[in-house]
Design a protein around this ligand. Sequence first.
Ligand SMILES: C[S@@+](CC[C@H](N)C(=O)[O-])C[C@H]1O[C@@H](n2cnc3c(N)ncnc32)[C@H](O)[C@@H]1O
Length: 312
Amino acid sequence: MYNFSQTPLYDIELILSQELQNKKAKECISFVVLNPDMASSTYNGTIVTLNSLKYIYHGYKTWMDLAHILQCKMLTPKLQDDYFVTIKYEKLGEDSFHAINAHKEEKYGTNSIFSQIHKNEEAGFLHYFMQALHNVKIDSRIKILNLGINSGDEFELIEKISENFNTLELTGVDYCASAISLAKEKFKNRTNITLLEADINRLNELNLEKFDLIISIGTLQSSNLEYNRLLMSLVQNQLKKNGAMILGWPNCRWIDGEMVYGAKMKNYTFNEMSNLYKDINFAKKYLQQKKFRVTITGKDYIFVTATSIRKE
Ligand SMILES: C[S@@+](CC[C@H](N)C(=O)[O-])C[C@H]1O[C@@H](n2cnc3c(N)ncnc32)[C@H](O)[C@@H]1O
């Protein structure tokens, strides 16, 4: 087993990535490091002296980050003694959340791996989405539209944090029949929630009224939607003059049970965020031009939150 208690991170990453090349999914690799609890108020790389020997301090965040960078899950560290712990990484499999061979409408349906994801239980999503909901003063937004609602996770959270949920009127749209039917089952006792199985490309056919808040998470970048045109049309035709928007983009991948930081584009073997930044920048510029106050927040999901400064 490697002992990395005196090894700089540069060498650690090099050694582990080489070792992991020869491992299959679910195989593990273990190494000993300085117990991070040994020191507090200490930055990574600080030299810690123990019995006249020098060790390099690294905290658990670095070990967690490195695990994901190397496409691994970090297992529970084992204490060797007060000064050292053994870290164990398990190599992740290669799954993707798209249902294999599914029609485009069922790519995110109840039979897909996507349906096993619970975003509201991911700190890197939950905290920033709640912050966005607070920033738009969710309780003052009566008519709410969610595009790409899937099975309704976003409404479940609004239900939790809203102080006057019964007075809200929520509409969710998705063209995935199985997800919409699961959402209908979840909210069957809620008369203020309307769930529509429909194509966002044909939103105008639904004759919806204008909304106080439009939310869309992980949806507008879908290849079947024309993002720029859709965003402009939503602002012009579906949003009240003094309305608000929360748009969310994944800056992560879902791999074998883990939410791994960093968006990935086709034909790249590493994280590449050009598309993400391009879309976010377009939303920010367009919404500012239309007199919205815009913030960009988040981590594993990036949120563009816009509140109008126009008067109705
Ligand atoms: C990645 S999922 C995101 C779902 C949910 N907002 C979330 O973040 O968990 C994208 C959703 O958008 C839906 N979708 C994609 N294109 C659509 C379209 N043209 N019309 C309606 N729904 C669409 C998919 O069926 C899917 O449920």
